[in-house]
Design a protein around this ligand. Structure first.
Ligand code: UD1
Length: 386
């Protein structure tokens, strides 16, 4: 018999990529009879540009609670989120907590839920770069260890979890919620010209980018931007690439702060690089859709470019999303500047890597997640045939 009591599902988010992933889940939870969603924002990301504009564009309901933890070291952020969440989750424990992705907010929320005995679901479980110097990799390992339901987006994630000893009964292959959002928003993507003029770009350079083509750049991983020498060599490489194709570089706050403190601003001023502040979701996907190729170190952008069929050059030695390389448009160029330059030349000459859309990246991942949670908690879906 299904249990008719409404179940509260608490979604905990904190950083920009979390917002993109939670939007379709909140919608699917709201549409599911018998489940009541609650949204807690940790406040890890707090600027309008990194935060509230995503809630507006993606029509995510206002959070029920915002912990407003702000910036700090990874440990400080994690500790502050844990201290803020514990009294909230222990006073009114939800029937299940959902965390998404791999940011510090994901880790902190998973730890509190596990310690309070609240069933935990992790969306985007099982991804592994194999590189424990990435803060996100440590977060992924711990969160998966603590989760009761593990929702995966690609086959490698299932293989990783099984090899780590997770019971297959707890793993559900649902597809990719980031691609749910991309598909839902694609027709609303902002036109390139309006994004560039909105960012205050030089009109002649913007026209050149829109008319002749451009490459879109995002870089913010600590391994690329925290070391001033590494950052300088990357910026010099971008300046050389910009002699061949206009670059539109959306600067993450971490990257901007590092460029300023290392006194490297001039490297961005002297070449045909259009620098923008962090972009809203609709602006970012508008640029990605129209770019000739993308240079990035972001996890989500590797997936979005694969879904859009846009060539992607990833400036990292490893990826936790290997399906984007095996089946999609992604090339892992490594961290060598020469390798980046030569991948750009190949892409300009040959049009770039083509790929296909990975299995289950069909815009319905959130529906599958909510059906699985409902069934797990004994709701209506528990009565449906498997
Ligand atoms: C975090 C995630 C990373 C994700 C990225 C997306 C972790 C470990 N990392 O990295 O996985 O890809 O978000 O953006 O959680 N800042 C602002 N405004 C904001 C938010 C942050 O200026 O709204 C500043 C902070 O003060 C800090 C810097 O940006 O100086 C970095 O922020 P932080 O939350 O520490 O991590 P990210 O580098 O954004």
């Amino acid at each position: 018999m299904s249990d008719p009591r409404p179940r509260t599902i608490c979604c905990i988010v904190g950083a920009r990529p979390n917002f993109v992933k939670i939007a379709p889940i909140m919608r699917a939870l709201t549409d599911c009879d018998g489940l009541t969603p609650q949204l807690i924002h940790t406040g890890q990301h707090y600027d309008v540009a990194m935060n509230s504009i995503f809630f507006d564009e993606l029509e995510i309901p206002r959070p029920d609670i915002n912990l407003e933890v702000g910036s700090g070291s990874g440990t400080e952020q994690t500790a502050r989120i844990m201290l803020g969440l514990e009294p909230i989750l222990s006073t009114r424990p939800p029937d299940m907590a959902i965390v998404v992705g791999d940011v510090n907010s994901t880790l902190a929320a998973a730890l509190v839920a596990a310690k309070l005995g609240i069933p935990l679901a992790h969306v985007e479980a099982g991804l592994r770069s194999g590189d424990r110097s990435m803060p996100e990799e440590v977060n992924r390992l711990v969160v998966d260890r603590l989760s009761d339901l593990l929702f995966t987006s690609e086959q490698s994630a299932i293989d990783n979890l099984i090899s780590e000893g997770v019971s297959p009964r707890r793993i559900v292959f649902v597809g990719n919620v980031m691609i749910d959002t991309l598909r839902a928003c694609s027709t609303r993507a902002a036109p390139v010209r309006s994004t560039l003029s909105g960012a205050g770009a030089d009109p002649a350079l913007s026209e050149q980018a829109a008319a002749l083509g451009f490459a879109f750049v995002t870089l913010h991983r600590p391994s690329n931007v925290d070391d001033p020498e590494r950052l300088e060599s990357l910026l010099k490489a971008l300046a050389r690439i910009a002699r061949k194709i206009t670059l539109v570089f959306a600067l993450h706050p971490r990257t901007r702060a590092m460029i300023e403190s290392a006194g490297l601003d001039a490297l961005l001023l002297t070449s045909s690089i259009i620098v923008t502040p962090p972009l809203s979701y609709l602006r970012a996907i508008g640029l990605m859709k129209e770019a000739r190729f993308v240079i990035t170190d972001s996890g989500g952008v590797q997936e979005e470019t694969t879904a859009l069929g846009i060539p992607c050059l990833t400036v990292r030695d490893s990826t936790e999303r290997p399906v984007t390389v095996q089946q999609g448009t992604n090339i892992l160029v490594g961290t060598s500047i020469e390798a980046l330059a030569s991948a750009v030349d190949d892409t300009l000459a040959g049009g770039g890597k083509r790929g296909q859309i990975p299995p289950m990246w069909d815009g319905k991942a959130a529906e599958r997640i909510v059906a699985a949670i409902d069934a797990h908690l004994g709701g209506r879906h528990a009565l449906l045939p498997a």
